[in-house]
Ligand binder design. Structure first.
Ligand SMILES: [Zn+2]
Ligand SMILES: [Zn+2]
Length: 263
């Protein structure tokens, strides 16, 4: 009955999220290395051999670097847009099998229904996802420069969210990155700041929201404490009291968050 979500790794050195129903286990993105993903999966309810597929959000290495090896070693199908497939880094190598999905459409993977939607990012055809199982609705959206109307509409009604909170704007602007990189991150095709993310959360809040995992933090331009501080601004409002917040890290897996469609 339940839908489970656990962030295995999150940040510019690699991203991967485990999503499970009782019958289906998938990874959303497979950054880092195969060895690291396998090791982290051992701490969860699903080993690498139990996986049913990998769904890739876009071709940047921090989301696909382990996809090729995992796919070949465990005979896993990999799902992605045509734009992502055409721009995969060459070192990913052969994939055991590929299924192409289109943004704006849904597809089935086991007993999960996955709706992919377009995000604004400097990749060829990047996607965010709504993953549904028996009334539970999980939204996963990292790597976007701006929360478009489409993103806001898609993320409405999710009981669980994994959402980017990439940088603190002051840290970014005063930090060591070269100007062109600061501009890229701030642009509509870059990454969401803590303030952007908080605003988006406020826009999509509803009373059945159960958990929010803030993800893809920059190690240079953000800090988990700053993200938690940002969350506290939301939690000053009583309606957020029933929502569990967590911050995903690069080197530590999160607890498993569970949704029960009957809640
Ligand atoms: Zn990324
Ligand atoms: Zn990216």
């Amino acid at each position: 009955m339940s839908l489970l979500c656990q962030v295995l790794a999150s940040g510019s050195r690699g991203n991967s999220i485990l999503v499970c129903s009782p019958k289906t286990r998938i990874l959303v993105d497979a950054g880092t290395t195969c060895k690291e993903v396998v090791k982290r999966l051992e701490k969860t309810c699903a080993g690498a051999k139990d996986l049913d597929g990998i769904v890739v959000s876009h071709e940047h290495r921090d989301h696909v670097s382990a996809a090729g090896v995992l796919s070949r070693r465990f005979d896993l199908p990999v799902f992605m847009t045509r734009g992502t497939l055409d721009h995969l880094p060459p070192e990913i190598g052969r994939l055991s099998s590929v299924s192409v999905f289109s943004t704006g459409k849904s597809f089935e993977l086991g007993d999960l229904r996955i709706h992919a939607f377009a995000t604004s990012h400097d990749a060829r055809e990047s996607a965010g996802f709504i993953i549904e199982h028996e009334g539970s609705r999980l939204g996963i959206c990292t790597d976007l420069g701006t929360a478009t109307k489409l993103v806001q509409v898609r993320l409405q009604g999710c009981q669980g969210l994994v959402l980017e909170s990439n940088h603190d704007i002051n840290r970014l602007m005063e930090g060591p990155y070269p100007w062109h990189l600061k501009q890229r991150i701030r642009s509509a095709h870059g990454h969401l700041s803590n303030d952007d993310s908080r605003q988006l959360l406020d826009d999509v809040y509803h009373e059945k929201m159960r958990f929010v995992v803030l993800a893809h933090l920059s190690e240079t331009n953000n800090h988990p404490d700053l993200v938690l501080e940002s969350c506290e601004k939301l939690r000053a409002c009583e309606k957020w009291e029933c929502v569990c917040f967590d911050v995903a890290k690069q080197d530590v897996i999160t607890p498993a968050f569970e949704l029960n469609g009957l809640d």
